[in-house]
Design a protein around this ligand. Sequence first.
Ligand code: ZN
Length: 257
Amino acid sequence: MLKHAILYPLFLVAGCIASLVGIFGGSFIWFLVVLLLAIGLTTWGAFDIRLGYFTPTFFRKKYNAEGRVALTFDDGPSLHTTEVLRLLKAYQSKATFFCIGKQVLAYPHIAKQIVDEGHTIGNHTYAHPKSFGFLKEKDVVAELEQCSSIIYQTVGKTPKLFRPPFGVTNPSVAKGVQYTKQQIIGWSNRSLDTVTLQEDKIYERVCKKLKSGDIILFHDTSQRTVNVLKRLLPYLQKQGYISVSVDDLLNLHGYEK
Ligand SMILES: [Zn+2]
């Protein structure tokens, strides 16, 4: 298994042996090979949340999920969230909203509506800093705690589920999440709705890969996503899928008791 805790010491030992080979008259090529492998795997592990390279992550329900998927929405709440909520209600679907603390402060009534309508709110940091992947453990903890505290003050629940901005994990994020006792939630079906401008392509991308147990990543921050949802929800219904919250899909607790 590709796990940082196992591979890091292995790379250290291999690196030492390879540099000794170079020092004692051999070639330094092996040192270079080990170095490049270590950098490559660490970068891959940091950006592919499904690997769980630095810390355990949930990204789908592998077994016993017949017909169930979990729609998730990041970066809200925003003014588009109310339309997302209206559509979810019309199709009797539940979802998980990974909210940014600052956005909850800006739209507390929408955050309350999310919970009142039976959806789950997860933590997506206080400010969603672009530098999230470079924060020290104490700064990761500060981002997580500040967001959780705002969510608690707004909806009366402390989230247990956390989705890292940009899906980045690294040793600081792993330790931070261990400290706050939260569970990292990734995704298995990525809509790319913030990158792809054509709604058709977003819709087709999600449908093409769709399978039971999927955790589907959207952002409740644009009309584009709302429009895709208008087509996706009837499609899910027609195909016999039902969207449930991530905690429901994975049998986890969404909030601290
Ligand atoms: Zn985000």
